[in-house]
Design a protein around this ligand. Structure first.
Ligand SMILES: C[S@@+](CC[C@H](N)C(=O)[O-])C[C@H]1O[C@@H](n2cnc3c(N)ncnc32)[C@H](O)[C@@H]1O
Length: 359
């Protein structure tokens, strides 16, 4: 595991007991307005394709959080050849982004690969008014049988944490496998909802710990576990993917890190948090809160306390994130595997015949 994030000791306003640079803490207004209706609950908008299919609000506030997360992911891979994905694909032609949300990733990938066709699919239509001509946004439920006619070179997923039950994840990875060309790549990046702190600056009784634990438990209660970053690699292996790689990140919450890149990452992640946390908590806690579902007001009261902690520069919170990418075997590799299986079957048959002959 990488070493701890070093803390910037001069990043406090001692007079105000606050961050010196408070710009990052201002919550900007909505990025765009949407013409799509959805269904409203507890003041948030949700998709209507399949009732109860997603706990994730599809509204301006949540899209804003996604935008910050998009920039955060790019920033932390800015030193790599392609910060949008790590799979070694130089000239992809058919790309699919599952659960595209606001569509940031699909749009950026379409921009850098003008000869590729990039499809973003989600239960809710992305709000963008302009799309690159090679980017197509579709509204669909990826748990249904896929109807795309072409196979993909690359299938991408980001922040689909808790979107599916373990059985549904297996089905989804099997669909991905089936719909990739031989040698095609799958890539997924997920954040960990559990909060970390490497010193004593965050109390185990803090509102942040309470909130993240409550949300984590609610995910378990619903059988949509939120530890997707820990399970996705095994799920890929189970589906048949090979040549699997992974990269782990630490996302600081707030600009408390000394390193300039991590400081910027902390600003972005802070925005992801402040815009996103109500959406992360509201659906799960009001429906699957443990030991009983919470009232909307209870969620809001706890979030007000979390917000205060987020603004405290003395608390050095961070979260893990992980990116995993793997390949569907090539046609030759698949053939080789089939031959091996046949050989094993033959060996078992010969052995059992020998045993039968002895008796
Ligand atoms: C946290 S958002 C991630 C958005 C985007 N991948 C990003 O990183 O900006 C999760 C998205 O998955 C979508 N989603 C959940 N279940 C889905 C399903 N069964 N089919 C298609 N999209 C789904 C949700 O509507 C939501 O927009």
């Amino acid at each position: 595991m990488d070493k701890s994030i070093e803390i910037d000791p001069v990043y406090y306003d001692h007079g105000r007991d606050d961050y010196i640079d408070s710009d990052f803490a201002s919550e900007t207004t909505s990025l765009s307005s949407s013409i799509y209706r959805g269904v409203f609950e507890n003041g948030r908008r949700y998709q209507t394709v399949r009732e109860g299919a997603s706990w994730f609000p599809s509204d301006e506030q949540q899209f804003e959080s996604l935008e910050a997360a998009h920039l955060l992911c790019i920033l932390l891979d800015a030193n790599t050849e392609n910060p949008l994905y790590q799979a070694p694909l130089k000239d992809p032609k058919q790309i699919l982004d599952i659960g595209t949300g606001r569509g940031n990733w699909a749009i950026d990938v379409a921009d850098i690969f003008p000869n590729a066709t990039v499809r973003g699919v989600d239960l809710f239509p992305p709000p963008g008014e302009w799309l690159p001509p090679n980017c197509i946004m579709e509204v669909d439920d990826v748990l249904q049988e896929w109807t795309w006619r072409q196979s993909f070179d690359l299938i991408h997923m980001r922040q689909l944490i808790g979107a599916f039950t373990p059985v549904e994840w297996d089905l989804l990875f099997a669909q991905c496998y089936k719909n990739l060309i031989p040698g095609g790549w799958i890539e997924q990046i997920e954040g960990d909802p559990r909060i970390q702190c490497s010193d004593s600056s965050m109390s185990p009784e803090s509102s942040m710990v309470q909130f993240t634990q409550a949300v984590f438990l609610a995910g378990q209660e619903w059988n949509h576990p939120l530890d997707t970053l820990d399970t996705m690699r095994t799920a890929m292996e189970k589906a048949g993917f090979v040549d699997i790689h992974e990269k782990t990140y630490r996302w600081p919450v707030g600009p408390w890190a000394r390193d300039p890149t991590l400081k910027e990452a902390g600003r972005l992640h802070y925005h992801q948090w402040t815009a996103g946390m109500e959406g992360w908590g509201m659906y799960l806690l009001t429906k699957f809160g443990v030991p009983r579902p919470w009232a909307k007001e209870e969620v809001l009261v706890l979030l007000a306390k979390v917000r205060k902690e987020l603004q405290d520069p003395h608390i050095h919170m961070w979260q893990y994130a992980r990116r995993v990418w793997g390949r569907k075997p090539t046609a030759e590799e698949q053939e080789e595997k089939e031959k091996e299986k046949e050989k094993e079957k033959e060996e078992v048959k010969v052995k059992s015949e020998e045993v039968d002959a002895k008796h």
